[in-house]
Design a protein around this ligand. Sequence first.
Ligand code: SF4
Ligand code: SF4
Length: 421
Amino acid sequence: MIKRSFLGLVAPKLQYNLAPDPVQDLPVPNTVTLLLRGAQNGAGVTAFKVGEAVKTGQRLASSPDSSEYVISSVTGSISAMAPYVDSYGRKFTAITIQTGGQDEWDAGFSKGPTLDTALKFLEYAPGNPSFKAFADPEKTIRTIVVNGMDQDLLLTANQYVVQNEASDVKSGVEALKKITGVDRVLMAVPENLVQQASTTGAEVKTVRDTYPEGLPHMIMKDVVGQVVSADDTLADAGAVFVSAEAVAAIGAAFNAGQPPVTKVLTVVAKDGSTRNVRARIGTPLGDVLKACNVAVNDRDRLILGGPMRGAASYSEDLPVEPGTDGIVVQDDADSAQTTDYPCINCGECVRICPVRIPVNMLVRFLEARLYEDAAAMYDLDCCVECGLCSYVCVSRIPIFQYIKLGKYELSLIETAEAANE
Ligand code: SF4
Ligand code: SF4
C-alpha cells in the first residue's frame, strides 16, 4: 500500500516513533522573532515600539484588551517590527527581540490558575492550548483530552514529556481542572506510556501506535467513543484537546509563577535520524538546525511539522512557534515533487482515507476552487488532515495542501456570510 519512503534512507512505516530521543536544551539565541496575529502590519501596533525593553514572560499585544498576543521568550529589546504574511495570506506582525543578558522575568503572570490568566497568558504556550471554548456560554465542555501522542510520524516531543515530565503533567491536570471546572480529564497515550500516564491523575486510555490513530478526531471516535459530525467542532461535541506538552508547561508555569517560553521539537535530519531539542519560542529555525549539525543546501526541503502533515517552509530565518512540533529536512534528491498531472482514478487515496472520503472526487472540486460544493458533496469538513491521500497519490497531486487551503477558504466564506447576516 505504501509505495515510497519519506526520506531516501528510511523504510516506509505507518507506525509512530515510540522511542523518544532525549532532549537537548539549546542556548538562548541572539534574537527571537514572535509572530503576533491580527495586527495588520508593524506600524499598526502602537502598544510597544522598536527600542523598547521587554522582559521574559512579558505579554505583548496590540492593545491591552486584545485576545491576540505573544509572550516574550527572552529579556532584551525590540529591534524590529515588520509585516509578515503566512502561506494562507494571514497577516501578522513579526516582532524581533535582541536578547541581552540574563532572564529578567516579568511580574504580570498570576500564580493563581484562573480562566482569565489562562486566556491572557497560556494560549501562547507550546501546543497552542485554546481556552476560548471554556469562556463560550454556547459550549458545554464535558471532557478534556490530554493527547500524549505526537501528531505526525517520526515526532516524539509529546511522548518525551509524558515519559519524563509526568509530575509537571500532574500539576497541569490539577490546574486545568481549577481553570475550567471540568472534572473529566482523559489522557491518551500509547501502551508503553501507560505507567507514567497513570501517575498524572488523569483517566488513562491507550491509543494504537499506528498512524493516524493519535489525531484528535480519531481519538474521539476510537477512545472516547464519540463520532464528531462534519458540521461540529470538537468543542461542539463537548471535548477540548490539549497536548501533553502544553499540560506540563501549564503545570510548571503555575508552580514557578512564570509563563511557558520554550518548545520541545523533533529535528529530523536528511538521513532520517531524529533528535529532540528544547528551544526558546521564537528561535530562528537556522539556529536549531545549526545546533543539530544539520546543513540545508539549495533546493533541500525544509518542512515545519512532520512528514505527513507538515508544511514546507522557505526560510531558515522563520522562528520556532508554539505549534512547531518538528523540523524535517529532506535532501533535494529525496523530496517527492508534486505535479500537475491529472487524477487517473486509481482509487489509492480513497482506499487509504481513514474516514472514507471520496478523495478522487473531492480533489477535482478543490482544484476548481469549488470549496462550498466540495464540502456539501464530498465531505471536505470530515477530513481529519492526516495527509495519507497525498502520500499515496500516484499522480503526486498535492491533495493535502488543496484540502488545507480549501478548509481555510471555506472558513473565510463562512465568516463573511455570518458577518452579512
Ligand atoms: S487527509 Fe486525505 S486521507 Fe486523510 S482524512 Fe483527509 S482526505 Fe482522508
Ligand atoms: S490517488 Fe491520486 S490519482 Fe489516484 S484516485 Fe486519488 S487523486 Fe486520483
